[in-house]
Ligand binder design. Structure first.
Ligand SMILES: Cc1ncc(COP(=O)(O)O)c(C=O)c1O
Length: 450
């Protein structure tokens, strides 16, 4: 009985005091007076429960972090034990602790990086930021200080700091902040996502690789430190490159002496049906960045793996990079507990097994939503792209679709890029057939409002 009034007063408080992302509250207030922000009160498994008691499938509001599901008691108890044992000590001035040692030892045989040594961070942005510092320092210490440029791809996302925004290849995420970090270049994506015919994909990846090589030559290879690439980029749409393209990037790096930074922040820890996204292409990174699924989102933590070959230059003279919470014991405990669940419940295998079911469901709704132009699925990472070129107010249409999904019990990520509206559907890795079927039915209802 008390729930509703409490919730609506907090709604106003949240709007007044907290900055939220990617929501135009003024427009939402005009369209749905008093309706936003929606207040989420609790969560369990693949579902969240809002302050009105409504249960919604979380198919993306964890932003790709939640692998093992919400509300896992096993993780809660490990975190509580860790706080009582050792809540925090910095990895500084000769000190270490067993929890970070155990986590790194556990990750070492899993990651797609040879003889890895790990640095720990608090987020994906920090991981990529550190990856850039390591790449530049590596070359400088080997007598090539002019190698400072980093190449990323158009349509990629690498984070929200000044350098990772510079690396990001989506204008909307990097405009309006004044000068970003220098020496970040953009090569074409293997395909742009959206309305591209399958038959054109082959042409796209070949052209993208050739253009990347031309960019390296034009800029002078001796000024380039690294290429950064997500195995599967997701802004605008889930973009699955060909094996030839991704192995081609590795070969370009080897040919020109560049380091390959693989950004596994969203693909890592089972999301794509393999433990890491680069495994789809058999590619190993010189530097690999992680976050999100590492702790399944229970405690913020990121990581950077550096290969033994690259690490040679840091053996005698360490990298001067300080980060208070690196290897935080509570985050280490959360990561170990999340990895235990992933293994015990075979969640990577489940993500792979669910892929055809998710694809079939998404293809089914194409019958009733003729606007759908593209469906892309790998493991439990998927997107649908709709053509909305005929709609007079595309942003209002997006808000309406999101509201309808919510009312139908689904949290899914909608986005717009010009005339394309995308919906990313990526639930926790423990979902079964029925969760997917019900969730996609809700998505269908939402897309039918367009
Ligand atoms: C591929 C990729 N890299 C980096 C980041 C940045 O991670 P964070 O938001 O934890 O800083 C993200 C976040 O979505 C991402 O998807």
């Amino acid at each position: 009985m008390q729930t509703k009034p409490v919730e609506s007063s907090k709604r106003a408080t949240a709007k007044k005091y907290v900055r939220h992302f990617l929501a135009d509250f003024a427009a939402l207030e005009r369209d749905y007076p008093g309706g936003y922000p929606k207040m989420i009160a609790s969560a369990e498994g693949a579902y969240v429960i809002d302050a009105d008691g409504r249960r919604l499938l979380d198919a993306g509001s964890h932003l790709g972090a939640c692998q093992v599901g919400h509300g896992r008691a096993e993780i809660a108890s490990r975190i509580a034990e860790q706080v009582l044992k050792l809540e925090f000590i910095a990895l500084d001035a000769g000190l270490s602790h067993v929890y970070v040692a155990e986590l790194a030892e556990r990750l070492a045989p899993l990651v797609a990086c040879d003889e890895p040594i790990f640095s720990f961070t608090n987020s994906g942005s920090e991981s990529n930021e550190l990856a850039f510092k390591i790449a530049r320092t590596y070359h400088a210490r080997r007598g090539e200080p002019a190698r400072t440029k980093v190449i990323s791809r158009i349509g990629s996302y690498h984070g929200s700091t000044i350098a990772t925004s510079a690396a990001t290849g989506v204008l909307a995420f990097k405009s309006g902040f004044g000068p970003l970090a220098a020496d970040f270049l953009h090569a074409p994506a293997p395909y742009p996502g959206g309305n591209v015919d399958n038959k054109d994909r082959d042409t796209w990846w070949r052209a993208a690789l050739a253009d990347t090589e031309a960019l390296i030559e034009r800029e002078d290879p001796k000024t380039i430190a690294a290429i950064i690439a997500e195995p599967i980029a997701i802004p605008q749409a889930v973009k699955i490159p060909t094996l030839e393209y991704f192995t081609g990037l590795r070969k370009l790096c080897d040919r020109y002496g560049l380091l390959l930074i693989v950004d596994e922040v969203v693909c890592g820890f089972g999301r794509t049906g393999k433990m890491f996204g680069a495994e789809h292409f058999g590619v190993r990174g010189d530097i690999v960045s992680y976050a999100k699924g590492l702790t399944s989102g229970y405690v913020p933590m990121g990581a950077v793996a550096v290969s033994g070959r690259v690490n040679e230059v840091f053996k005698e003279v360490p990298l001067l990079h300080l980060n208070t919470y690196a290897g935080h014991p509570v985050a280490c405990a959360a990561a170990m507990a999340a990895l235990d669940i992933m293994e015990k419940e075979r969640l990577v295998e489940n993500a792979a097994a669910m892929e055809p079911i998710l694809r079939t469901e998404l293809e089914r709704i194409q019958q009733s939503v003729p606007r759908i132009r593209e469906i892309s699925v790998i493991g439990l990472l998927s997107s649908i792209v709709c053509d909305i070129s005929d709609l007079p107010n595309p942003d209002a249409a997006l808000r309406k679709a999101r509201k309808e999904a919510y009312d139908q019990g689904l949290l899914v990520r909608f986005g717009r890029d010009g005339n394309n509206l995308s919906a990313h559907f990526y639930p926790p890795l423990l979902v079964g057939n029925k969760d997917i079927e019900d969730g996609v039915r809700s998505l269908e209802a939402a897309l039918r409002t367009l």
